[in-house]
Design a protein around this ligand. Structure first.
Ligand code: SF4
Length: 376
């Protein structure tokens, strides 16, 4: 993304709405819509559908960058073998992303366009403009402020702050600049308006009702110390392994790859679809063995998978950077519409951090099937 000096503009809400209408006419725009109950990211066809004062969406906007199912390649075997890319990438705009979801996107970037590049993700990412908005009235179960994810990382094209009758508009890329010039009627923001944004953001941080009493950088060590914690057993007793928590998680990177053949046996497609480390079969290998056979071990492995693999690499707290509704420890009343709620303030995490539970000594304690494989 081409970076520019960050100009800051002002547009009245009436002007902004007209601009959104024009953007929608000429582009594929996915924004936040009211849903009953809650809010959802969906294709916008009219500016009046857009809702920017929401608290949380049912699914995160990462669904547009990692769609499911997603065609990877198509092939035909006659008259001779032909393979072509199955990916369909169209330029689009995500409008209304919140800061914590943008932090999650940063984690996905680290996984999919880091050392190893996923070409489909990279193509979609570079074809997608991000227009975000400050979350000034956080969801009551969110603890993003204590994880440092309540304010946006600088990977957006345009960022909005609701000043009442106007939006403060920060532009952070050449693409964002192009969108503002083409569609928005703006004027430069004054010092007072920029200070007003700082005050609104500060006030919003004090509105978070929950916090985690652990620094993001300590989470890896914390999970390492709690490998044998009875908490996993307790969660395993209650978990159905339904995978809903991972399906709504904006940092989930799990997928399964499958091939399907047409009935003519000459053409086929390779596609991937979302998978979940909470599924019993997730760790199963072709020979039938699995690393996780009990739900408690699935829960603890899921925690480790999410946090250790991602946090270690990019120094960000994966599931715990997110609002409480994304975590499997905190079961979301709205996102899942089921389950009991564990308020984060009641979690014994700080007790674990103090070493109350025995340390994990080795991954070999993980329950594994050791049946010899015939013929190997
Ligand atoms: S923690 Fe809850 S949402 Fe996640 S797999 Fe278990 S039952 Fe499903």
């Amino acid at each position: 993304m081409e970076k520019i000096d960050t100009p800051i503009f002002i547009a009245s809400k009436t002007e902004f709405r007209t601009s959104v209408e024009n953007i929608i006419q000429e582009n594929e725009v996915h924004g936040v819509k009211r849903k009953t109950p809650g809010f959802t990211f969906d294709r916008l066809f009219a500016a009046e559908e857009l809702c920017l004062d929401y608290d949380i969406t049912v699914l995160p906007p990462s669904k547009y960058l990692l769609p499911t199912p997603e065609s990877l390649l198509k092939f035909s075997s006659a008259p001779k073998l032909r393979v072509r890319s199955g990916a369909e990438v169209k330029p689009s705009i995500i409008l209304g992303i919140h800061p914590y979801d943008l932090h999650a996107l940063k984690l996905l970037d680290a996984v999919f366009i880091g050392d190893l590049v996923d070409v489909n993700y990279r193509a979609r990412r570079s074809a997608t403009a991000i227009i975000g908005v400050d979350c000034l009235n956080p969801w009551p179960y969110s603890f993003a402020a204590s994880m440092g994810t309540a304010l946006p990382p600088a990977i957006f094209d345009i960022w909005l702050t609701d000043l009442g009758d106007e939006y403060l508009i920060e532009v952070d890329s050449g693409r964002g600049d192009g969108l503002v010039k083409r569609y928005l009627k703006t004027r430069s923001a004054s010092e007072i308006q920029i200070k007003q944004r700082a005050k609104l953001r500060e006030d919003s941080l004090s509105r978070y009702q929950l916090s985690l009493n652990v620094s993001p950088r300590e989470i890896t060590e914390l999970l390492d110390k709690t490998w044998n914690s009875p908490l996993w057993e307790e969660l395993g007793q209650k978990c159905f392994s339904c995978g809903s928590c991972t399906m709504v998680c904006p940092t989930c990177v799990c997928f399964d790859v499958r091939d399907k053949m047409e009935l003519n046996r000459k053409e086929g497609e390779r596609y991937r679809h979302w998978d979940s480390c909470m599924f019993e079969g997730f760790a199963k290998v072709a020979s039938g063995e699995t690393a996780c056979t009990e739900r408690a071990s699935i829960c603890s492995s899921a925690g480790e998978n999410w946090v250790v693999s991602v946090v270690d690499d990019v120094c960000m707290p994966a599931w715990l950077i997110l609002p409480a509704q994304y975590t499997s420890i905190t079961v979301w009343p709205r996102r899942l519409n089921s389950g009991r709620q564990y308020r984060t303030s009641k979690l014994p995490l700080s007790a674990h951090a103090g070493g109350t539970y025995p340390s994990r000594t080795s991954l070999s304690k993980r329950k594994t099937v050791t049946t010899p494989i015939k013929g190997w």
